[in-house]
Design a protein around this ligand. Structure first.
Ligand code: ATP
Ligand code: LTN
Length: 330
């Protein structure tokens, strides 16, 4: 029996190389080994204000990018969260079992709510409950996420354990899986901040659909330091981050990279980095254009995805409803 892997991605902002290196790339390369389920989490996206047109456009864009990055609809299920009602239904039930103190400890909420002040929605606070529902509905074994999401997966385990201790073994306990290298790609403009889809500065991230000119210009402007030597030194976050990106795109070892740029300047390194990213993204961009030429095709792939996962989600939801004593409809 293959282990089941579940992960989610928000259809907001521009998908960037951090998302690709930290998440999507691993999802695509692990399809034979695992039974993969990928969810485009539109209900998580609306925890902050969204423009309706933009949200539907981005939902399709993310789907197109996932398929273009090599996620194969015959082997993996890709679906839209709101297409499977069980996610919202289970999130509500879990809400009633999560001590509020557990939610108060979530660092992502603290960070995001500080930025928004009074505009913060109840949904943003409740975000981790919906994420727990996503994961628990599918008897998930593993959840591949970046470092920033580990706390949410651990909370999911705690919720599952608490529920199981009251009602018996209803939920399977998931494990977070954090990739070793590239788990946290930092912003090009500010290497002390994680590269993020929601950052407004255009020089912050290389997006997967960026033109070659945009990629070159963003990399050339990326923040480094006033030193000269090009080496993997975590105490020099700007150049370290760029070297990690180079390492992941070029697939060279750190030793080879250090030797290659010995005695060379930042400008030459940045030029080569830009070319490595352009080459690395070229096949993905080509496939994206082919796939999205017919939007109905994309929608039909998403419909197949939700049809595939729905029975699993509904089975878990029924078990939960029965356990807590909700009377089933006839
Ligand atoms: P937002 O800025 O809206 O929080 P995000 O860029 O963090 O967005 P998500 O939709 O939250 O993107 O994440 C999608 C996937 O990409 C997750 O698995 C997440 O952990 C991973 N990821 C996001 N940012 C990075 C990053 N900078 N480095 C590595 N992985 C990342
Ligand atoms: N919160 C995640 C997206 C997400 C997710 C999930 C990831 C929603 N549901 C379930 C893994 C499993 C994020 O912002 N990266």
């Amino acid at each position: 029996m293959k282990k089941r892997v579940f992960s989610g991605i928000q259809p907001t902002g521009n998908i960037h190389i951090g998302n690709y290196l930290g998440a999507i790339r691993h999802w695509a390369s692990s399809q034979d080994q695992y039974e993969n389920i990928f969810c485009i989490v539109d209900l998580h996206a609306i925890t902050v204000a969204q423009d309706p047109k933009e949200l539907s456009m981005k939902t399709r864009e993310v789907a197109g990018l996932l398929f273009a990055a090599g996620i194969d609809p015959r082997r993996s299920a890709v679906f839209v969260q709101s297409h499977v009602g069980a996610h919202s239904e289970l999130a509500w039930i879990l809400n009633c079992f999560i001590p509020i103190g557990w939610m108060n400890r979530m660092t992502q909420y603290k960070e995001k709510s500080e930025k928004q002040k009074e505009q913060v929605s109840v949904g943003l606070f409740d975000y981790p409950a919906l994420m727990a529902a996503d994961i628990l509905l599918y008897e998930t074994d593993q959840v591949p996420v970046g470092e920033d999401q580990k706390q949410h997966v651990e909370l999911t385990r705690d919720i599952a354990q608490r529920f199981n201790s009251i009602y018996g073994a209803v939920f399977k306990l998931p494990e977070p899986v954090i990739p070793d290298v590239g788990a946290r790609i930092m912003g090009l403009d500010d290497p002390s901040k994680k590269m993020s889809k929601s950052d407004a500065n255009p020089g912050h991230a290389v997006n997967l659909l960026d033109s070659t000119d945009a990629i070159r210009s963003k990399i050339m402007k990326a923040t480094t330091d006033s030193k000269r030597e090009i080496c993997f030194d975590e105490k020099r976050p700007g150049i370290y981050n760029l070297l990690v990106i180079y390492e992941l795109f070029s697939k060279m070892s750190r030793k080879e990279i250090t030797a290659r740029f010995e005695g060379k300047g930042y400008a030459q390194f940045k030029n080569e980095l830009a070319e490595a990213i352009i080459e690395g993204l070229r096949p993905l961009q080509l496939r994206y254009r082919e796939l999205t030429a017919d939007p109905h095709y994309l929608d039909s792939l998403l419909a197949e995805g939700s049809a595939r996962v729905k029975p699993v989600a509904e089975k878990t939801l029924s078990a939960v409803q029965k356990a807590i004593g909700l009377v089933p409809p006839i």
